[in-house]
Design a protein around this ligand. Structure first.
Ligand code: NDP
Ligand code: OXD
Length: 309
């Protein structure tokens, strides 16, 4: 029986090198060398081309090597009966939290202004902010949002959170449901998006949402580009309603060279790299899931297809 690794961007040979010694009796195949399709029991994938699951009639589980399954769920050839495990992993979480802290702290500690002053050899102290007077709002209190919220709290920031269902998180002012979105946005100095992309969350950061924020609020989006209506964000930046943004994800990736975000003085762009799936960190989890699947045991971190995440 076989595991099939499918990715247009990750290095399948690296995964083969790591997984094969841990599962020596399993045939680890790397797409597009699929071999006899009826032998494939588990697919391990990220950034799979549409249709890659076709013909896998004995597939029993999919391990998606990312936290967000939006791309996978768009594949019309996805075998819906097959359980999908998504990635929840400490190394992914640590990286994301570091990214969120970087975005928040660069804004909070006026990094861009000091960098400009250094270029001009200008010695001038700007107003010194206290984290206790800055409220950071996390949209999405899941695996990633919860960790970011806790670490921000430990630095002394005020933290609010917004989720679909009620959440209790010590020290965090929590809100849930669409009707609490505007009150949540309105109390935050910095808004961090860590939502999954679903029909409910697509375009959620639009002109109305920006208008609901405090004047001069700052945005960090490390979730999906489609959460943000980019023209509305550009207008918000233009009017000063939004003071700046750190953006890791975009409606079109790679971000086209002529996109205004690249050269916007108050936008920081990173190339969808907030948190990467590290093969050596994640492979043991893949192996454990394979063994569970073979023993007929329940798999963790299953995607709920009705919720879309
Ligand atoms: P989780 O599924 O653990 O958490 C999602 C959170 O979003 C939950 O709190 C959930 O609410 C909330 N949520 C979902 N839908 C809604 C809604 N309609 N209204 C309000 N809240 C909602 O996801 P993760 O934390 O693991 O990951 C979040 C996202 O981060 C991923 O989906 C992915 O898009 C992105 N990501 C980006 C990376 C990058 O490199 N840029 C890397 C990794 C992830 P509830 O708790 O009630 O279910
Ligand atoms: C993810 C991502 O969802 O890397 O894990 O974007």
């Amino acid at each position: 029986m076989a595991i099939l690794f499918i990715s247009q961007s990750l290095d399948g040979e690296e995964w083969r090198r790591i997984v094969t010694p841990l599962l020596p009796d399993v045939d680890f195949r790397v797409w597009p060398d699929v071999g006899p399709t009826e032998e494939v029991e588990m697919v391990v994938a990220w950034n799979a081309p549409p249709g890659a699951f076709e013909g896998l009639i004995n597939l029993k589980a999919i391990f998606w090597l990312g936290a967000g399954v939006d791309q996978l769920l768009r594949d019309p050839a996805l075998p819906w009966r097959v359980p999908i495990v998504r990635l929840v992993d400490p190394s992914l979480t640590r990286q994301m939290t570091a990214y969120v802290l970087l975005g928040v702290l660069r804004h909070h500690r006026l990094a861009a202004a000091y960098e400009a002053q250094q270029r001009a050899a200008r010695w001038a102290s700007l107003p010194r902010p206290d984290p206790a007077h800055c409220r950071v709002g996390i949209m999405g209190l899941g695996a990633l949002g919860t960790d970011a919220a806790r670490k921000l709290l430990s630095l002394g920031f005020e933290v609010s959170g917004w989720s679909r269902t009620p959440k209790r998180l010590e020290g965090v002012k929590t809100h849930h449901g669409r009707e609490r979105l505007k009150p949540f946005l309105g109390e935050c100095d910095v808004v961090v998006c860590l939502l999954p992309l679903t029909p409910e969350t697509r375009d959620i950061l639009d002109a109305e949402a920006f208008a609901a924020m405090k004047k001069g609020a700052y945005l960090v989006n490390a979730a999906r580009g489609e959460h943000v209506v980019e023209e509305d964000l550009l207008e918000g930046l233009e009017s000063g309603q939004i003071s700046g943004a750190t953006l890791d994800v975009f409606g079109t990736e790679p971000l086209p060279p002529d996109h205004p975000f690249w050269r916007h003085p108050r936008v920081t762009v990173t190339p969808h790299t907030a948190a990467d799936t590290l093969a050596h960190a994640v492979a043991p989890q893949v192996v454990e899931n394979y063994r569970r699947m073979k023993r007929g045991e329940a798999l963790p971190n299953l995607v709920d297809l009705d919720r879309g995440y």
